[in-house]
Write a new protein. Structure first.
Length: 338
């Protein structure tokens, strides 16, 4: 199998190494807007590089992995689908809600599978939490808390095209809230502030945000995110039910110090980045994409799923700017697939 990667930056280089390690993948081909970036990563990993994305799509691919900036996802997904190549695209689906809506329509009209990259769906802890909900282990779920605290902000160039904290970072929590609870959002309320890097505020963005969702099944969900948690990359979820509780990310790597006397938990060391935290999840995610490419299963995370997470981000941004509770029904949607 021959897989192409568009974008050889942070996550593109990481996915290249993961794909190279999958036994069913014979060849990985890289392209980047900066040909030297593709050549460098290809050189380091002993893979093939081509000069541009056009050449990549002409390279006889079985599958395409899009790891270029969010602002390019719309055009890249369209190019992959037009070439008839099963396409994996990193989150979020697109920079603009209008693009995500149009791509969800495109997904309806094509037989080419599109898989959106929310790796938490393949993380052992989140999968266990989902199973606990499905199996009724927790009774009825009333409260969920979701957290993503990053060690340090990405560079200014990334922030400018990221879509903002909710669309770029919290969107992982938004997707996994739907995945674990199996419920959609009814209302959103969110706030945010910026006490760190001036370039984040300068881009109209926030470095710290938090919010509350009420789900269609009346579960109350809180989420929080920051770009400034130097002690460790802290990604967690707590699911509380009438008869049980379960926590994702509650192990010795937890980036917290107990204030209780004599308590040695968590013993550390903390995780530094999403790459350390989610390596097995990324491996399972791309192995699953390979199964999609082989026609062995449908996309496990569709554009429709990506659109729903994006609508949650959109509602949070609107809520933050207007200081009010936003019903998700205000945010444009497509009909769910029948
Ligand atoms: N799932 C995750 O955990 C995760 C983690 C990090 C990033 N991401 C997503 O992956 C995407 C890339 O993020 P990153 O951190 O790797 O960014 P990055 O800036 O490190 O890398 C992006 C690369 O794409 C290249 N590029 C720019 N325009 C291009 C184009 N038109 N065609 C081909 N290549 C182009 C750039 O030169 C750069 O090498 C973003 O959408 C981001 O949201 C997902």
């Amino acid at each position: 199998m021959r897989i192409g990667i568009a974008g050889a930056g942070r996550i593109g280089a990481y996915h290249a190494a993961t794909l190279k390690g999958l036994p069913v993948v014979d060849e990985v081909v890289l392209a980047d807007a900066l040909p030297e970036a593709a050549s460098r990563v290809a050189g380091e990993l002993r893979l093939e590089a081509v000069p541009d994305v056009e050449a990549l799509l002409d390279a006889g691919l079985d599958g395409l992995v899009i790891a270029s900036p969010t602002t390019t996802h719309d055009a890249m997904i369209r190019a992959g689908v037009a070439a008839g190549v099963p396409t994996f695209c990193e989150k979020p689906v697109a920079a603009e809600l209008s693009s995500a809506l149009a791509l969800a329509q495109l997904e309806r009209s094509t037989s080419v599978p599109i898989h959106i990259g929310f790796q938490r769906r393949f993380d052992a802890g989140y999968m266990r939490a989902r199973q606990a909900v499905v199996d009724g282990e927790l009774g009825f779920v009333h409260t969920v808390r979701a957290t993503t605290l990053d060690t340090a902000p990405p560079p200014e160039e990334y922030i400018k095209v990221s879509g903002g904290l909710f669309r770029d970072c919290s969107i992982h929590d938004f997707d996994i809230i739907r995945f674990v609870t199996g419920s959609e959002v009814r209302t959103a309320y969110a706030v945010g502030a910026n006490k760190g890097e001036p370039y984040i505020g300068g881009a109209g963005d926030i470095d710290t945000g938090s919010g509350v969702f009420v789900l269609e099944d009346d579960t109350v969900v809180t989420f929080s995110a920051t770009r400034h948690n130097a002690y460790g990359h802290d990604v967690r979820m707590e699911v509380h039910g009438s008869t049980g509780d379960i926590a994702v990310g509650l192990d010795d790597t937890l980036a917290l110090v107990s204030a209780e006397p004599g308590v040695a938990f968590p013993a550390g060391p903390t995780v530094r980045s999403f790459m350390d935290r989610f390596l097995p999840a990324y491996q399972r995610e791309l192995a699953t994409f390979v199964e999609v490419v082989r026609g062995e299963r449908p996309s496990p995370c569709t554009v429709y799923d990506g659109l729903q997470a994006q609508r949650m981000a959109e509602a949070c941004d609107l809520s933050r700017r207007e200081g009010r509770v936003v019903p998700l029904a205000e945010i444009p949607d497509v009909e769910p697939a029948s």
